[in-house]
Ligand binder design. Structure first.
Ligand code: 1HE
Length: 271
């Protein structure tokens, strides 16, 4: 952890399974249940939801990571036995609400993945806007083997990253992808060495935080909705969104800065 991170205040300080710290425009949320491999219990899903609807107002980008040797072991299987069908339905909807708060919340979210990223852990990771994986990361959907199904939005989000065919294979056969396979399949956006994930995520977060706020809003909120729309409806929303974004002073200043040769050119490599 970089020295200039400070404990978040208010409701964010009271979360027992999530450590939330801020540094300038970055808010860092750290799953903090290593003894259970960051398995997501009813309490942890509630805390994830609380955190993402209460992110500090001055933060611009969130980074999500996990304590210990694994990002997350997914659903806390110890909770499962007590639920009847109606409870199961409400449980799944609680996960949907929490991960929707992450995906459609106030700011872009970067997940840092290492060790097990399995079941609900992969569902959580897939709700983030970017994923940085360390070499230890591995991905699985053991729901098929556990006699259950994804319930945390995975059936909607994971095929958008890797396709229905790969997800079907993972679920039917228990196939595990290592970090390189996950990168090739489209789970992670960046693959870095062990212990380098947070530094990479913070670097990306600073870059994202320097964008105009409305551009980030359009990219995280409008783009996926347009991709889910018919082309005609999508292009209509695109026209509205681009007009709104370009009308901002921040956009005008950035374009002028380039024309005045005060802003950088696009270079052949950025990372
Ligand atoms: C758990 C869980 C869990 C660990 N629920 N307690 N997810 C899974 O099927 C994955 C199950 N977990 C594993 O396969 C392994 O634990 C790991 C590969 C993630 C890590 O292995 P390892 O050797 O580091 O740890 P461990 O010794 O297996 O586990 C340490 C402790 O965490 C142990 O408890 P302890 O009291 O005996 O110390 C484990 O029982 C506990 N633990 N994972 C509960 N998942 C919205 S629907 C989503 C559906 C799903 O996510 S299904 C997939 C569930």
């Amino acid at each position: 952890m970089t020295a200039d991170f400070h404990q978040a205040t208010g409701v964010l300080a009271d979360l027992s399974m999530l450590r939330v710290q801020t540094s300038g425009p970055i808010v860092h949320l750290h799953l903090n249940r290593p003894a259970k491999r960051n398995a997501i219990s009813d309490e942890l899903i509630a805390q994830i939801h609380t955190a993402f609807v209460n992110l500090p107002r001055d933060a611009r980008v969130a980074v999500l990571s996990g304590e210990g040797a694994h990002f997350s072991a997914g659903l806390d299987l110890a909770d499962l036995g007590e639920r009847n069908v109606a409870d199961g339905l409400m449980h799944s909807r609680a996960w949907h609400a929490a991960f929707d708060a992450l995906q459609w919340g106030a700011m872009p979210v970067i997940a840092v993945l290492h060790g097990a990223v399995v079941g609900g852990g992969l569902e959580l990771a897939s709700a983030a806007h970017l994923r940085v994986a360390e070499h230890s990361a591995f991905y699985a959907l053991p729901e098929g083997q556990r006699g259950i199904f994804v319930g945390g939005g995975g059936s909607a989000r994971i095929p958008r990253l890797i396709g229905v065919a790969r997800m079907t294979d993972m679920m039917l056969t228990g196939r595990v992808f290592d970090a390189r396979e996950g990168q090739a399949a489209g789970i992670s956006n960046y693959l870095v060495g062990e212990g380098e994930g947070l530094a990479k995520a913070f670097e990306l977060a600073h870059r994202i935080a320097s964008n105009a706020p409305l551009s980030n809003f359009a990219i995280t909120q409008a783009l996926p909705r347009i991709a889910d729309s018919t082309q005609a409806n999508g292009l209509f929303v695109e026209a509205l969104m681009s007009a709104i974004a370009q009308g901002e002073d921040a956009a005008k200043e950035r374009v002028l800065a380039f024309l005045d040769k005060r802003a950088g050119k696009v270079a052949k490599t950025s990372h």
